[in-house]
Design a protein around this ligand. Structure first.
Ligand code: SF4
Length: 429
């Protein structure tokens, strides 16, 4: 098996981390039905010497029954099943282990890919649904200093089939009673390893496989699928034009460029204003309310004035188009940052709600198994290395951002200027 190599953000070598958009090539994973369109599947099956409709039969087993076991494909002649499965449904991801938390309601799975790269997914059971948190890249090149995955760097992009296989396994395991009773996985969030919009083509095709009806895909509801991004603005605009009404979640974490430049390095390319304009455009194009994710970090981004600024920025672009999810920070190994106090969290939330912004504190499922957002580091590098990098990256940011901790002197006039641009419209442009 080939050894994989990470592309690490160069935190130590410069004043700011550099971003990695280009994943290394490690050869291609085996050909898989999920990577092909329906026409391509039928052509391939014909080339293999079988009737074209076998492609649809295989696709139905995969998408309707989550099945890749030739023994269960009784509608396909015994003499053809094994070859068809070997040719179109080869194993792409191998389970290394499950870790269980929250009284059995959260299960984190570590997967090994064909080239030795590893990713994680987290399956969570709620009273009314099960949600899978899925990975789109092995590692991540976005270098956010509070995130363990970011400290491990980018290994490579996942293919559509590698992304979808995480979901098929989860659907099968949940249907077969991994939670003690059969459960349907109705929701997917792209909040595992990776920046989904940095692997756009594979993620877009994966969204189609999730949403399109069988035999094209699983036929899930688009509104139950969430794509999360730190702010690749041109790609958000592209996604808005796809006609896929999935939910967009923007990991904002700071409403001012001064701080966000340091907390989210991509902000050096796409500023807060540009990002919120693009998020609002997404809402207008799709009709889907945008989630604004905000990890509350103690004494870093949790000030009341930042809640006021965030509310003003959102309201200045119309009412009701965004929903804010503050999330208590899950410190990475070695983190010098920690979650906000209960008082600061409460004040932040109340400030937003008083300004008319719908706000819900998001839970942090699986934090005790490093399965919560920002903690999906897997065994890509050893923990000590991740810890050292996290502490280093955070110290570098910490030293720079003192100026951004306090309310700017001209804050009231800034707020007034933003509020003055509020056009009072209700969800239409
Ligand atoms: S927070 Fe998201 S985008 Fe940033 S480094 Fe972590 S996985 Fe990548």
């Amino acid at each position: 098996m080939k050894k994989t190599k990470q592309v690490l953000p160069r935190v130590e070598q410069g004043p700011r981390p550099s971003l990695s958009f280009t994943a290394q090539r490690h050869g291609k994973p085996p050909r898989h039905l999920v990577d092909l369109s329906r026409t391509e599947r039928r052509e391939l099956v014909a080339d293999l010497g079988y009737p074209q409709y076998r492609a649809d039969q295989l696709s139905k087993h995969y998408f309707e029954h989550n099945c890749i076991d030739p023994e269960q494909m009784s509608d396909i002649p015994q003499s053809q099943r094994l070859d068809l499965v070997q040719q179109l449904l080869p194993p792409l991801i191998t389970k290394v282990r499950d870790q269980v938390a929250d009284q059995g309601k959260t299960i984190k799975t570590l997967w090994k890919l064909f080239d030795g790269a590893v990713v994680e997914s987290v399956l969570m059971k709620y009273p009314d649904r099960a949600t899978l948190c899925i990975s789109s890249q092995a590692g991540c090149g976005m270098a956010c200093p509070f995130c363990a995955t970011g400290q491990a760097g980018l290994t490579r992009n996942l293919t559509t089939a590698e992304i979808i296989e995480q979901l098929r396994y989860a659907r099968q395991a949940a249907a077969e009673g991994i939670f003690g009773e059969p459960v349907r996985v109705s929701n997917v969030v792209f909040m595992g390893m990776g920046e989904p919009l940095a692997n756009y083509r594979a993620v877009r095709d994966a969204l189609h496989r999730m949403i399109d009806p069988a035999p094209e895909g699983f036929g899930m509801s688009a509104r139950n699928v969430t794509v999360s991004t730190v702010g690749l603005v041109p790609v958000i605009n592209k996604l808005a034009d796809e006609g896929l009404p999935v939910t967009l979640a923007v990991s904002l974490h700071a409403p001012d460029d001064g701080l966000r430049d340091d907390l989210i390095p991509i902000n050096s390319r796409h500023k807060v204003g540009e990002l919120l304009d693009s998020a609002r455009h997404y809402f207008v194009r799709t009709g889907r309310r945008v989630s604004i994710e905000y990890a509350l970090i103690k004494d870093m981004n949790d000030h009341q004035w930042r809640a006021q600024l965030l509310a003003a920025e959102l309201n200045s672009r119309g009412r009701g188009w965004a929903h804010v999810n503050p999330i208590p920070l899950n410190p990475t190994p070695g983190s010098i940052w920690t979650a906000s106090t209960a008082h600061a969290t409460d004040t932040f939330v109340k400030t937003l709600t008083r300004a008319g912004i719908s706000t819900t504190i998001r839970d942090t499922r699986g934090s005790d198994i490093d399965g919560a957002c920002g903690q999906l580091a897997a065994e890509v590098v050893d923990r000590d290395h991740v810890s050292r990098r996290a502490a280093q990256a955070q110290a570098a940011v910490d030293a720079r951002i003192d100026a951004h901790r306090h309310q700017p002197q001209d804050f009231d006039s800034t707020l007034a200027a933003i509020s003055a641009t509020h056009n009072g419209d209700d969800d239409d442009e």
